[in-house]
Ligand binder design. Structure first.
Ligand SMILES: [Zn+2]
Length: 234
C-alpha cells in the first residue's frame, strides 16, 4: 500500500557518547572513565578525548575528520568575545500547510536543542572587523530551509547591505523542510535575491560549507559566495 511507503520507522542511532575501550594500567588496575569525557568520531569510529576535540577545533586528531559544531559554539569560535548581537531570535511559528504534528515536533526540537530555528543570525566582530554572520545547526530539522530560516537569512543579508557589512554563512545539510512543501522551496529565491542586492552593493559574501552541505541550500545561497570554503567531505 502507498500508505506504508511513508510509514515512519524509527532507528536508534548512537551518535553520542560511548565509553572507550578499557586500557589496563601498568599496575593492573582498570582506570575508571567518567561518561562525557570521550566523544566518538563519526568518521573513523575512534574514541577521542573531548578536550582534544575542542583543542583541535573540532577536527579529529586521528583521522582529520570534521566534527559537527553547534551554532552558538561556532559563533563563540569565530566572533570576538562579547561582540555578538543576535538578530530575529524569536520568530512566530508558521505552519503554512497545516502539516499534522509539525508544531509538536518543532516544540520538542526547540526544547532539545535550545535553539529557536535551524539558523542563528546576527552581527559581531572578527579581529575588530564588523560582520554579519549566519550559522546553521544540523540538530534542528537537519538544518532544512523552512520559511523562518529563509526569512532570517534574507533579513540578515538585507541589513548587511544597508549597513555596508560583509556576510559569512556557515551552511550545513539543508534540504527543503518537508513540512512546509513549496513554501520551503521559495526560500531559495528569496535568499538568492537578497544576496544579489548585497553583491550589487559591492559587499563581500563568504560561504562556508560544513560537512555535509546538500539540497536547497547548495541550490541557493551557499553557492553564491564570493569566496566559498568547504570542509573535506568523506
Ligand atoms: Zn576520526
Amino acid at each position: 500500500m502507498l500508505r506504508d511507503m511513508f510509514k515512519k520507522t524509527y532507528t536508534r542511532i548512537d551518535t553520542k557518547y560511548r565509553e572507550p575501550e578499557r586500557t589496563v594500567t601498568a599496575d593492573g588496575e582498570e582506570p575508571t572513565i567518567p561518561q562525557g569525557l570521550w566523544r566518538k568520531c563519526n568518521k573513523c569510529g575512534q574514541p577521542i578525548y573531548t578536550e582534544d576535540v575542542k583543542n583541535n577545533y573540532y577536527i579529529c586528531p586521528k583521522c582529520k575528520g570534521y566534527f559537527r559544531v553547534h551554532a552558538y559554539r561556532r559563533i563563540e569560535m569565530v566572533i570576538d568575545d562579547g561582540t555578538f548581537e543576535e538578530w530575529d531570535k524569536e520568530m512566530e511559528f508558521v505552519n503554512p500547510l497545516s502539516f499534522p504534528g509539525y508544531e509538536k515536533k518543532m516544540n520538542a526540537t526547540k526544547e532539545k536543542t535550545r535553539l529557536n530555528e535551524a539558523i542563528v543570525t546576527g552581527k559581531g566582530r572578527i579581529h575588530g572587523q564588523e560582520t554579519v554572520i549566519g550559522v546553521c545547526d544540523a540538530r534542528f530539522f537537519m538544518s532544512s530551509m523552512g520559511h523562518n530560516v529563509g526569512e532570517k537569512i534574507a533579513r540578515a543579508v538585507e541589513r548587511a547591505t544597508a549597513e555596508k557589512l560583509p556576510v559569512i554563512i556557515f551552511a550545513c545539510s539543508g534540504g527543503a523542510r518537508m513540512q512546509e512543501g513549496l513554501v520551503s522551496l521559495m526560500q531559495m529565491a528569496k535568499t538568492s535575491a537578497a544576496l544579489e542586492k548585497h553583491h550589487e552593493a559591492g559587499q563581500l559574501f563568504v560561504s562556508v560549507f560544513t560537512d555535509p552541505t546538500t539540497g536547497g541550500v547548495t541550490a541557493s545561497f551557499a553557492m553564491l559566495g564570493d569566496i566559498i570554503l568547504a570542509e573535506p567531505m568523506r
